[in-house]
Design a protein around this ligand. Sequence first.
Ligand code: EPU
Length: 336
Amino acid sequence: MIDIKENISLKPYHTFHMDIQARYFVEYDTVAELKELLASSLLKDNKFLHIGGGSNLLFTKDYDGVVLHSRMNSVRRMDGGNDFVYVVAESGMVWDDFVAYCVDAGLGGVENLSNIPGEVGASAIQNIGAYGVEVKDVIDSVFCIDVETLQERVFSNAECRYSYRSSIFKQELRGRYIVTAVKYVLRKKPEFRLEYGNLRTILGDAPISLESVRNAVITVRSRKLPDPDIVGSAGSFFVNPIVGREHYSRLLSEYPGMPAYPAEEGKVKLSAAWLIDNAGGHGKRVGGAAVYHKQCLVIVNENDAFPEDVVALAELIRKCVFEKYNVELTPEVNFI
Ligand code: EPU
């Protein structure tokens, strides 16, 4: 059923939990309904924004248009031969329910991505990642609707042009397609990835299984990241910046303890959290917004923050990091 609400607060629908008003909030249960909506005057006459779990958004003011959300959340598995199983999940399935489904079914590949807020559709747009795994590693293909022609189109993994926290859906084709389902390819015999940070230490002597890895990831995340149901945030506010070798060498000679990781095309990925921390970001606040005390990369809505507070704090952080390191931080969060 198509469900249209008018003049509604988006507070429950985005993880910063600010009291933003939307002119319309519209949910649908099938692809046919989505097409019907796209062809309707409601969407033709108003601007619209499709959201998932609202976990990567900052509404900077009330939204005078249609906020769309998928309630499609079925999941099914398909044979993938001796070693693999395909799992097709619809866009509105809560991401962590999908991870739990795979772990319960004994299928490996997404256990390191446990407990990430958000939904399946956005996972494929954003290329979510954590603890040494990115979702592109397990995406086979992405099912979409073209918002202009209403045609269905399936993008192969290669066509999605995945890179660190990005895809074609965030670049050239931004706003052009709505993801309706994602086909993932998972392993019958898991290959564990335990090199990141202190995952192994947390696992200790426990036998390594999909469940124990999932639990270890949940433990690390809950130590460092706020639970969005309790403290509003959008996870990492900035992406980790990627710099050229020369820039990195100059920084390293001045700051020998600086963490860095190899990135695409021989470049170097720096730790935004470390840069913010060491540029004096720890404890900074503007109005009700604050740098999260356990992880400097996260901005939290500590005390009834206004969007302006978050914007001003983000700007202040960018300025501190730029002045000290000559590195530009780019928000991971989408400003609406
Ligand atoms: N660090 C500091 N100060 C801090 C926090 C961290 O110096 O306040 C240092 C740590 O000591 C560590 C480094 O920063 O050496 C990296 O920290 P962490 O392992 O927490 O990873 P991150 O780079 O800050 C990224 C992702 C997270 C993901 C974690 C774990 C991005 C933008 N963020 O954070 O993803 O959970 O790795 O894999 O890539 C998200 O995207 O919303 C998100 C939470």
